[in-house]
Ligand binder design. Structure first.
Ligand code: FE
Length: 255
């Protein structure tokens, strides 16, 4: 299994602080059945900046240590970039790294409270650069929770999304869990990933999430998510079903 979102690099953001933390995460990843993991340190989120060349070097260093420790996990480069106006310029300057440095898929993090008005245009502009934006954990954004049609719009216009495994398993509460399950149901998400930060506070939960999805939707959905992570790492096109608007369910016959 491939995990496309993690904070496994030591000392670069609010994920692993030390190499021991990284190794703890790596061992736990292997226990979860993960053999490849993309390191996606925060970038430009107001607190952390991690540029492409630094990330690539740190990934290589961590892979060396994993080899010495005989942990069979391969770390690949990536980045979790907070949305900002100059993303495309900075990509051209070589500061932004696509997932697995494949030149195809770009993680975009929205602020947790709202969706900036320029988001729609920027997601289109990114695609003009032949990159596919992937909105990370949309289920944890307050504005999208209130107005999921906005996310439908982004996906309809070519953006992909990644839901966090712990959101599906219920670690962020019932509201976020239900919204995450709706995002799966209405074809509004394409990847499930851990966003693991630390084995104690924010671990992988991938298998727990897949158990929930299997019970609700069947095993085919799990295969789709597993395949999509693989296709992404290979730089190929991923599966996307036609997105639908989330319909509010009738409650006791009253809409
Ligand atoms: Fe993250």
């Amino acid at each position: 299994m491939i995990d496309i979102h993690s904070h496994i690099l030591p000392g670069v953001d609010d994920g692993a602080q030390t190499i021991e933390d990284s190794l703890d995460l790596a061992r736990e990843a292997v226990r979860e059945g993960i053999n490849k993991i993309i390191a996606t340190p925060h970038h430009k989120n107001g607190k952390y900046e991690n540029r492409k060349l630094d990330i690539i070097r740190e990934v290589a260093e961590l892979n060396e240590i994993l080899k010495i420790e005989e942990i069979s996990l391969e770390v690949l480069p990536g980045q979790e970039t907070r949305i900002y106006g100059e993303i495309i310029q900075d990509y051209k300057l070589g500061e932004i790294v696509t997932l697995n440095d494949g030149g195809n898929y770009l993680f975009i993090e929205l602020p947790s409270t709202h969706v900036p008005r320029y988001t729609e245009q920027l997601l289109v502009d990114i695609q003009f650069e032949r990159l596919t934006p992937i909105i990370v954990h949309p289920e944890r954004n307050q504005e999208l929770l209130q107005n999921p049609d906005l996310l439908y719009h982004f996906v309809k216009n070519g953006a992909l999304t990644q839901v966090t495994a712990a959101s599906v398993s219920g670690a962020f509460g019932k509201t976020i869990q239900n919204f995450s399950i709706q995002l799966v149901e209405y074809n509004l998400t394409h990847f499930i990933a851990s966003d693991a930060h630390h084995i104690k506070s924010r671990s992988f939960k991938m298998n727990e999430a897949f158990d929930v999805i299997e019970k609700k939707f069947g095993v085919d959905w799990i295969d789709l998510f597993l395949d999509n992570a693989e296709l992404l790492v290979q730089g190929k096109s991923v599966y996307r079903e036609i997105p639908e608007k989330i319909r509010k369910r009738k409650f006791l016959g009253i809409l």
